[in-house]
Write a protein that binds this ligand. Structure first.
Ligand code: BG6
Length: 479
């Protein structure tokens, strides 16, 4: 049987806004996630033309405000990660903890000290920190005052922020990523770009302008990182949903190819290859504008060309299928990236189509497209867990999901793919990004909190905790 490489980075992944809580503590400013109401309608609510981004506790709940209070429990939580044997822990820095308004002249020292402690706690257990610089937590002021990432000024604000955190932590942290799921803005631009429909203009042009600004900002972060430490590894982070044509009809095959370009490949092509791909103009024409309509300088293109990322980090939860010839096929409900229901696949309780083989395909496609290492930095099953009378949590459904995906990674390694590591999402239960629910749980560690934030916050081990501990201990035995 194919073995996992020595030094494979087994671990888990989280994001600041979904677990830290302490949303207004020690000088932290509001982030876009802090203004998102709880519940499955959160993206629709903020996309209404009259939504004013004001916190209104009489009208909405705000689960991200408390998260699971990792801010005050990180020592206990990292000790549990260490007990599972984590080799790495992927987490994000909350930008608004460091620059409360995003455009501040000086960083907030208390925010920096918090991540000093988190990093040191990881290193104490020989856990390699893997840091996402921006994970769906843009300082809210950059949305309300500047209009989000379509505004070029954000390049400078991000560069400043990235410089501060990279300078502070680079000697202790080797692995970094710039923007979480940068391509997700194709379907939900509010989280990563701070854009809403009421911005006006051509909404797709706004998204591509925002992407361009993010590409340049990200490339500048890559330059800073490499200057600070030559062996530092900084990657992009893509939402990869393997996309099939529904059938052998060439029309559907072509539609799937176009969907792959738009969703799975465009951002990576720029960030990894350092230049816009050949299909750029055709893609933009499809959305009613031209590359010439974007503000892009010669200097921007030089920065992109000089600073490609070192590896491809990506999340993988589901695959999707494209059919443009038969309108009677239902859409895959809940599947954030659209597409039709694939008759060969089961779905999670939230409608995400479960497809381990799709992960092996994704790993092969990405590694061979770019000839760079790949890192599965998110994967997992959002499910409702039941606590038995004796306190145990039997999450065999989660174990089965993860086992099949780890076996798919093993398969990809046997195909020759250089896989750096695997960090399942929400290794400890946290607030869901798309639905703002606690009940959509991913963790090996259960946290006693419900969707309204009621509960003790107590941590307990699910069956998957012991199972994953064994996987790591044996470097890949999933039995
Ligand atoms: C990814 C994000 O989209 O998927 C995470 O990077 C998110 O922030 C995860 O939590 C799972 O999605 P959800 O909506 O189930 O939390």
């Amino acid at each position: 049987m194919q073995e996992f490489p020595k030094g494979f980075l087994w671990g888990g992944a989280t994001a600041a806004n979904q677990l830290e809580g302490a949303y207004d503590v020690d000088g932290k400013g509001l982030s876009i996630a802090d203004a998102l109401p709880g519940g499955p309608e959160r993206f629709n609510i903020v996309d209404q033309p009259d939504f004013d981004w004001k916190i209104d506790p009489d009208k909405y709940t705000y689960p991200n405000h408390e998260g699971i209070d990792f801010y005050h429990h990180f020592k206990e939580d990292i000790a549990l990660f260490a007990e599972m044997g984590f080799k790495c822990y992927r987490f994000s820095i909350a930008w608004s903890r460091i620059f409360p308004n995003g455009d501040d002249a000086e960083p907030n020292e208390k925010g920096l000290q918090f991540y000093d402690q988190v990093i040191d706690e990881c290193l104490k257990y020989h856990i390699e920190p893997v840091i996402t610089i921006s994970h769906y937590e843009l300082p809210l002021n950059l949305v309300t005052t500047y209009g989000g990432w379509k505004n070029r000024q954000l390049i400078g604000f991000f560069e400043n922020y990235a410089k501060v955190v990279l300078t502070r932590y680079a000697s202790r942290v080797k692995y970094w990523m710039t923007f979480n799921e940068i391509n997700s803005a194709l379907h939900f631009p509010v989280m990563s770009q701070g854009l809403v429909s009421s911005n006006g203009g051509n909404v797709m042009q706004n998204r591509y302008q925002a992407w361009h600004n993010q590409f340049v900002a990200g490339a500048k972060a890559v330059a800073i990182a490499h200057e600070l430490r030559s062996d530092l590894q900084i990657g992009c982070m893509l939402l990869y949903a393997t996309t099939y044509a529904y059938d052998a009809n060439p029309v559907n095959q072509l539609a799937a190819l176009k969907e792959n370009q738009a969703m799975n490949h465009f951002c990576g092509d720029v960030q990894v290859r350092g230049k816009y791909p050949l299909y750029t103009e055709s893609l933009m024409n499809h959305y009613g504008f031209s590359f010439k309509d974007l503000t892009v300088t010669a200097d921007d293109l030089a920065v992109l060309a000089a600073n490609p990322v070192d590896y491809i980090g990506f999340s993988y939860y589901m695959s999707t299928a494209v059919n443009v010839t038969d309108k009677s096929l239902g859409t895959a409900n809940g599947n954030l990236v659209g597409g039709v229901k694939n008759p060969f696949l089961e779905s999670s309780d939230w409608g995400w189509q479960i497809d381990p083989t799709g992960l092996r395909i994704a790993l092969n496609e990405l590694a061979n497209r770019y000839n760079k290492p790949v890192f599965v930095v998110e994967n997992g099953l959002g499910a409702k867990d039941v606590v038995a009378a004796d306190g145990s949590i039997h999450d065999d459904y989660r174990i089965n999901y993860l086992r099949e995906h780890i076996e798919a990674i093993r398969g990809a390694i046997s195909d020759g793919v250089p896989v750096m590591g695997y960090t399942p999402w929400g290794c400890i239960d946290l607030v869901s990004a798309s639905t703002g629910q606690m009940s959509k749980r991913y963790g090996f560690i259960y946290v006693d909190l419900d969707d309204e934030g009621h509960g003790t916050g107590k941590r307990s081990k699910k069956d998957s905790f012991t199972w994953y501990q064994h996987v790591i201990e044996t470097n890949g035995d999933t039995k």
